[in-house]
Design a protein around this ligand. Sequence first.
Ligand code: HEM
Ligand code: HEM
Length: 178
Amino acid sequence: MRSKYTALQISLHWLVFLLVAGAYAAMELRGLAPRSYRPLINAIHVTCGLSVFVLMIARLLVKMKYRAPAIIPKPHPAITGLSHLIHTIIYVMFIVLPVFGFLTVYFKGHEWTVLGIPMPHAPELDEDRQFSVKEIHETIANIGYFVIGIHAFAALFHHYVWKDNTLLRMMPGKKNRG
Ligand code: HEM
Ligand code: HEM
């Protein structure tokens, strides 16, 4: 039995972490940059966001192949249930969030590219739909802060208060067999 997640799962977890931080930072800090940087900042946001979408799906597929390593000492079943619920919410949120981001740009109805690849778009601006999907995108993004906050707090609580191996299982390093 493994004592840690696989190297692939650990790499994907922290890569997604960086990309999520990049997507949030691009939006939160955009006001600090001159207006001429806006297209670059939007491109960073969209590229990080769509990469999160692809990698979260990849993570789900990888998750089906490898069982999560045991937490030692074993937490109360209610804690295990709660953490599974939060993980499920994170998977759903960070797959749905980029989809609504995509739709926000789609309904603008103009040509756009990601890493030079032309993306589909509505034939013309659909203001009502564009407004609705943007609202949903922004609401999910705002809830995302809390969910990730709870998730990170729980990981640190496991490590420093309960002193189990929850966090170490997700940290890079050599030792992988229990
Ligand atoms: C992890 C994925 C993503 C996160 C965390 C995220 C987060 C955010 C945040 C925090 C905002 C600003 C909300 C506000 O002003 O209250 C925003 C706006 C926006 N996002 Fe995303 N987003 C993600 C993915 C995407 C993707 C994939 C696209 C497009 C393909 C996208 C397109 C947009 C657009 C067009 C806006 C509105 C920008 C404006 O006000 O002009 N987002 N997003
Ligand atoms: C400082 C920030 C973060 C810390 C300390 C952290 C820590 C951890 C730890 C220790 C685990 C293993 C938990 C367990 O097996 O019970 C985990 C799992 C997970 N994390 Fe994070 N994480 C952080 C940020 C993120 C972000 C930004 C995302 C995605 C948006 C994310 C998504 C997930 C998911 C989906 C799992 C479940 C993995 C699985 O079993 O498939 N985490 N995280």
